[in-house]
Design a protein around this ligand. Structure first.
Ligand SMILES: Cc1ncc(COP(=O)(O)O)c(C=O)c1O
Length: 149
């Protein structure tokens, strides 16, 4: 028996994500919610989104919550709220999901990937320090240019 045969006989595939168990816990509430949304044809915003925003804000102990379409939009809005855009660099862990880098690009900034495993953690720190030094230098150059007219 070859190694390949042995492996396929004994190893069960491990699904990347198995949401069945998590969904089972909330299936009734989700289905009732979908039914309500469809009946109200409230596919964008509407009373359910408003109720979610109010409940989630209360849960987080903050005044407001803004519902968005997906995680990429949430990251992009967070970056824009921090005034991150063209000319800025954002250091990301190299093993992140592509959406993280796309949000940085959509905000107009440049994603900079850094290794983040335990052995290479200093690489991430060095990368952040390098980006910070470059950013300080750029700001000083801009200020010097502004002063010299
Ligand atoms: C690390 C990371 N960033 C961002 C996202 C946002 O993804 P989406 O826009 O599909 O919600 C995901 C989704 O899996 C993610 O894993």
């Amino acid at each position: 028996m070859s190694d390949a045969t042995l492996r396929s006989d004994t190893l069960a595939p491990v699904p990347l994500v198995d949401l069945k168990a998590a969904h089972a816990e909330v299936a009734d509430a989700v289905e009732a919610g979908w039914k309500r949304v469809i009946e109200n044809t409230a596919f964008v915003l509407g009373p359910d989104v408003a109720a979610f925003e109010a409940e989630f804000a209360a849960y987080c102990g903050v005044r407001r919550c803004v519902g968005v379409a997906n995680g990429t939009d949430a990251l992009e809005l967070a970056l824009r709220a921090l005034d991150i855009g063209p000319g800025d660099e954002v250091v990301l862990p190299a093993n992140t999901f592509i959406a993280t880098a796309l949000a940085v690009l959509r905000a107009g900034a440049k994603p900079v990937l850094a290794d983040c495993d335990d052995e290479r953690r200093p690489t991430m720190r060095r990368r952040i320090e390098k980006v910070q030094r470059r950013s300080v230098r750029q700001r000083e150059d801009e200020e010097a240019r502004a002063v010299s007219g």
